[in-house]
Design a protein around this ligand. Structure first.
Ligand code: DGY
Length: 330
């Protein structure tokens, strides 16, 4: 059996895979072009997709004729045609174990954007502790998080983790989701509200929903206009949930106060993008899950689930449970 790993994962995970199959790595040592990616999946039983950038659509699934399992090393599955995979009896696994790390990153961005941490860091490193010889304690006046209202858009595992962290900051928590989360409500006092109410009331807005046809473009000029001028927006989900040009405009005109962004419509974000020229924006290069401990955990999780499917056992984290009816495992 053959497994193709499209981009590097932690060695501890590779060792698990090697016990059951021949493991093939991306031969280029850089993200593959579409053509290169397709060339590597023709004769494999498993594909591991470390990032959301390699796309398993109907074309790719048609080429990967022997495929039994796709292991998504991550949680976003906007790059996988789940329905087509299910029709073909292909199991699609994922790694929700990353949720606490993602919640940490979301909180780090909230703090960094609200308290002007990167701006102050740049100031000191540029040798500017003082201005004209005077200490400048008035310069970096940020916004308090504690006792404010946080609005969480998408209260799944990551959103729930953000709510728990916010509780420690004595924040009032609102959330918007398609489903009720009585467990999160009981634990954190969060209240489910309509999106417009959340946007009007929240001082901090955290986007942690999946990207799908219902959430694409969920926040645009109309929604930014509803927010408080002191509001801080953080997106650790997917870029296209927001209208990025409208966001840049809202930040530039100070319609909203600040943003912290780990994800963008186009990645890498093009060098001339207006967001990069704004002082009230903190940007990260899509590194929400980037801790060594977490990446090992994600690697082991995806490897164990891929091995389970290849050896006829049920995986722990399955994205398309209906596949069990199409191709039951032992
Ligand atoms: C995820 O888990 O979906 C991350 O965004 C990385 O692809």
């Amino acid at each position: 059996m053959k497994i193709f790993i499209a981009q590097p994962i932690q060695p501890v995970a590779v060792e698990i895979l090697k016990k059951v199959a021949e493991v093939h790595f991306n031969p280029e040592g850089r993200p593959l072009s579409r053509k290169e990616f397709l060339k590597n999946i023709g004769d494999v039983e498993a594909v591991i997709l470390p990032w959301h950038t390699d796309v398993m659509d109907r074309e790719a699934l048609g080429i990967a004729a022997r495929l039994q399992v796709i292991g998504r090393h991550g949680v976003g599955y906007d790059n996988i045609d789940l329905e087509a995979a299910t029709e073909r009896g292909i199991y699609v696994t994922f790694t929700p174990v990353l949720a606490p790390t993602m919640a940490d990153t979301t909180f780090a961005l909230l703090m960094a954007a609200a308290r002007l941490i990167p701006q102050a860091d740049r100031f000191v490193k540029a040798g500017q502790w003082t201005l004209g010889g005077e200490w400048v304690p008035w310069k970096f006046l940020g916004l308090d998080l504690h006792h404010k209202t946080l609005g969480i858009i998408g209260c799944g595992r990551v959103g729930a983790g953000v709510a728990r962290r916010a509780r420690g900051f004595d924040m009032r928590i609102l959330y918007h989701d398609e489903v009720e989360r009585p467990d999160v409500e009981a634990e954190t006092g969060a209240k489910k509200v309509a999106l417009d109410e959340l946007l009007r009331e929240a001082e901090f807005v955290s986007v942690t929903c999946a990207l799908n046809e219902r959430t694409r473009g969920l926040l645009g000029a109309r929604q930014f206009a509803m927010m408080k001028p002191t509001a801080v927006l953080v997106n650790t989900a997917r870029g296209p949930v927001l209208d990025q040009a409208a966001l840049a405009e809202a930040l530039q005109s100070r319609r909203i106060a600040a943003a912290g962004l780990d994800v963008f419509v186009e990645e890498p974000i093009p060098p001339g993008d207006p967001l990069l020229g704004l002082e009230n924006v903190v940007v990260l290069p899509h590194i929400g899950s980037a801790t060594l401990e977490n990446r090992c955990k994600m690697g082991v999780t995806v490897a164990e689930d891929v091995v389970s499917v290849l050896t006829g056992k049920q995986p722990t984290y399955l994205l398309n449970p209906r596949v069990r009816e199409v191709r039951p495992l032992g």
